[in-house]
Write a protein of this length. Structure first.
Length: 150
């Protein structure tokens, strides 16, 4: 997915098994953020930054939804543990991650594996991607401000 593309209507199921659709956010901007794993240091810092800036994001017309490969149960624990005020999509089959092009080959200590590139897509009120904050640009501890200032 690139800037100017229309985001898909069906985004996936959240931590409670509810289907999340793009049309649920009509008239709002959506910060759809993809992250590798619940309860890891960088992902927790990013989620907590978005939690702490959530009221300001809402005032600016944004809704926030996170996406990772983790299960709905894992997401519910992550939400409860960190008091997250937004939904997390359980993309266990990586369908949405593949659609957005964030499921990619990664490398750690010379070992190659498939994983999620931390990326945030800002989708405007009409469902069109208007900004992408890529893996090298995301500041996990200050991500809410990044969304508000860009």
């Amino acid at each position: 997915m690139n800037i100017g593309d229309k985001a898909p209507e069906i985004l996936g199921k959240d931590q409670k098994g509810n289907e999340i659709k793009l049309s649920d956010f009509k008239g709002k901007k959506l910060a759809l953020y993809f992250y590798p794993k619940d309860n890891t240091s960088g992902c927790t810092a990013e989620a907590c930054s978005l939690r702490d800036g959530y009221q300001e994001l809402k005032k600016a017309g944004y809704e926030v939804v996170g996406v990772s490969k983790d299960s709905a149960q894992s997401h519910q624990k992550f939400i409860d543990q960190h008091e997250l005020p937004f939904n997390l999509i359980a993309d266990t089959e990586t369908t949405l991650q593949q659609q957005f092009g964030v499921w990619a080959e990664k490398s750690m200590y010379g070992r190659k594996y498939m994983g999620t590139n931390r990326t945030t897509f800002i989708i405007n009120e009409e469902g069109v991607i208007e900004k992408i904050i890529g893996p090298k640009e995301v500041k996990t501890k200050d991500h809410a401000n990044q969304i508000l200032t860009k």
